[in-house]
Design a protein around this ligand. Structure first.
Ligand code: G1P
Length: 296
């Protein structure tokens, strides 16, 4: 089988971040730090660590801080160099060299599917990774989520979505996949419902915002009908694609997923990141224990 190396990722980052107002009043939600790293940097690092070299970010108004973050900053580098802050200098240089990043604007918030279509001309006839900005995965000591998707794609050579078991009561927050139960680590998806009610959900395997899509999915996006709100959604393209009898697969996530689009999820990711830093870990645990006691 002719295996095509996956080197490109599309990151739709045009959303307003209304759930995080006022923090997102004048800065993109993707720049909110998980401890001290902007969430978007964690997503880019995950892609780069899995071999992605080219990233297309679909941005909107007021997202310039993202471009600045990944750009070279001569002035800052000069200041750090003059002050002998070599570690920081190496860090900011690394960020600006991480990947080739192209930016395309989504003129109106017409949905994640529309955002992907805005990036269409930057990808050829090839499979591409799609990463939503809210889903951060930690898999200590194991493969990162993008690598898990790419490895799965290399086996099935079809679109793959990342799945995770979610509590039944939460199915209406996710795309829910019906899967063929077998022992295979990569599941064949037989049905897909976007945000069903508990009664309608075919399973509790929720889709998280990490995918590998193929030109066939782009084709489905081009013809899928916008919803009542006028938005073109990737989830609808998956449903159309499956209805055409085509093969879609799911990889069950190895690792812990944090939904940083949700306030509690964001807090959990931040605490986890802080606890993984050797220099502050012990003091932070001590603080947390006392803090918890004072609330009991
Ligand atoms: C989107 C997708 C949904 C998926 C979710 C994961 O929904 O449409 O299928 O389960 O991301 O975060 P959103 O949360 O953007 O409304």
């Amino acid at each position: 089988m002719n295996k095509q190396k996956i080197t490109k990722a599309i990151l739709p980052v045009a959303g307003f971040g209304t759930r995080f107002l006022p923090a997102t009043r004048a800065q993109p939600k993707e720049m909110l730090p998980i401890f001290d790293i902007p969430a978007i940097q964690l997503i880019v690092e995950e892609a780069v660590d899995a071999g992605i070299t080219d990233i297309i970010m679909v941005t909107g108004r007021d997202k310039r801080a993202i471009e600045d973050h990944f750009d070279k900053n001569f002035e800052l580098e000069q200041v750090l160099s003059d002050k002998g802050k070599l570690e920081e200098l190496a860090m900011v240089r690394r960020i600006s060299k991480m990947a080739n990043i192209a930016y395309v604007r989504q003129p109106k918030p017409l949905g994640d599917g529309h955002a992907i279509l805005c990036a269409k001309n930057f990808v050829g006839d090839e499979p591409v990774v799609v990463l939503f900005g809210d889903d951060i995965v930690k898999n200590k000591g194991g493969k990162n989520a993008v690598q898990q998707l790419i490895d799965s794609y290399n086996v099935v050579q079809k679109p793959v979505v990342m799945l995770q078991e979610v509590p039944r009561k939460d199915v209406s927050k996710y795309g829910i996949a019906d899967i063929l139960s077998s022992d295979n680590a990569i599941k064949k998806i037989t049905g897909f419902v976007e945000k069903p009610s508990v009664d309608e959900a075919p399973s509790n395997f929720g889709v998280i915002g990490k995918y590998i899509i193929t030109p066939e999915i782009i084709k489905a996006l081009e013809t899928t009908k916008p919803g009542k709100d006028g938005e073109i959604r990737l989830a609808n393209a998956f449903m159309d694609y499956l209805a055409d009898g085509k093969d879609l697969f799911g990889k069950i996530l190895e690792g812990v997923r944090y939904d940083t689009g949700d306030k509690l999820g964001f807090l959990k990711a931040t605490v986890n990141e802080a606890l993984s830093r050797e220099d502050i870990k012990d003091d932070f645990i001590h603080f947390l224990k006392n803090e918890i006691k004072s609330f009991e």
